[in-house]
Design a protein around this ligand. Structure first.
Ligand SMILES: Cc1cc2nc3c(=O)[nH]c(=O)nc-3n(C[C@H](O)[C@H](O)[C@H](O)COP(=O)(O)O)c2cc1C
Length: 309
């Protein structure tokens, strides 16, 4: 067993460095910019049952030490996703790297989307299904599901009954009850938690005297949110025993190691890809070097290790 291998519930990954949904396309778009085979896994862009046009532009803007985004889950809908992306995803990524992210408004949407994935990918063709209950950019579903323990439980319970994939519950940590939401995911048998750690923010164009984003507000990504993400991971690690995939502000291997010491079993690399499409591979190299230099033989030695301070 390689010292970088990590198991999250029923999910077995070759290493803990993952590409975060919405920041790595469907994998194949990154070919030619980085070595996809080095990723522990890639969460594909969230797909919903029906097509979504997304939010009013502008949808992204740079801010100090990061970016704002407000995409609004733009995607072509499940039927088109399967038709255009299924084969490309399967060709670009190994089965153990493929995480399909689904979003929805109602329980039924998630169940139908999960069932559509199961019709097109057998359980040994993907690593996991990611239930996106984290998106703060949509009026219904997404973040609304992830901010209510009861709603998240309903979604996870129905999806688990419908399909046989390992399940990752992606929640946001913006609400004060995120530990309760995480406990609900644990109770409902999720294999792992993915935490987005992207608080809402806003920028104003001082010349035009109006908000920069068409949707006015959007989550802040990038190094600016790193300390907050570490703190939320720290709290969550104490609240649940589910493996945590930490994301938010990871642009360097040092940030990834901080997340792991706070309690994350794996890390999701998001907007760093827009600055450096090879960021995840460089972060993985750094984590490996850190382990060598510090005589860490197994990742589990560092996961949550800072709690013993
Ligand atoms: C442009 C953009 C699009 C995103 N789209 C999605 C998405 O479709 N589904 C999802 O679960 N998260 C989405 N996210 C959130 C990321 O997966 C990740 O949780 C977040 O970017 C982590 O913070 P970081 O960018 O600081 O690494 C998106 C983020 C950005 C910046």
């Amino acid at each position: 067993m390689s010292k970088l291998e990590i198991t999250l519930g029923r999910i077995k990954l070759s290493n803990p460095v993952l590409g975060a949904s919405g920041c790595v396309g469907h994998g194949f778009e990154l070919e030619g910019y980085t070595d996809l085979s080095r990723y522990g896994a890639l969460s594909m862009k969230t797909v919903t049952l029906e097509p979504r046009a997304g939010n009013r532009p502008p949808r992204i803007c740079e801010v100090s030490d990061g970016m704002l985004s407000s995409i609004g889950l733009q995607n072509p809908g499940m039927a088109s996703y399967i038709q255009h992306y299924k084969d490309k995803i399967k060709t670009a990524c190994r089965p153990d790297q493929i995480i399909i992210s689904i979003g929805g408004n109602e329980v039924e949407d998630y169940v139908k989307s999960a069932a559509a994935i199961a019709e097109n990918f057998s359980p040994d063709e993907i690593a996991a299904l990611e239930v996106n209950a984290a998106c703060p950019n949509v009026a219904h579903g997404g973040g609304a599901v992830g901010s209510s323990p009861g709603k998240l439980q309903d979604v996870l319970s129905a999806v688990r009954k419908a399909v046989d994939f390992p399940i990752i519950a992606k929640i946001n940590t913006n609400e004060g009850n995120f530990c309760e939401v995480a406990k609900a995911a644990q109770h409902e048998g999720a294999d792992a938690l993915y935490i987005a750690n992207t608080p809402m923010g806003m920028a104003i164009d001082i010349r035009r005297r109006k908000p920069v984003l068409g949707n006015v507000k959007g989550p802040v990504s990038g190094p600016a949110v790193l300390p907050q993400g570490i703190a939320k991971t720290w709290e969550l690690y104490k609240a649940v025993s589910l493996p945590i995939i930490g994301s938010g502000g990871i642009y360097t291997w040092e940030a990834a190691v901080q997340y792991m010491l706070a309690g994350a079993s794996a890390v999701g690399i998001g907007s760093a890809h827009f600055v450096n499409p090879n960021a995840a591979v460089e972060i993985l190299d750094g984590v490996e070097k850190y382990m060598e230099e510090n005589h860490v033989l197994d990742l589990r030695e560092i996961i949550g290790a800072a709690h013993a301070f």
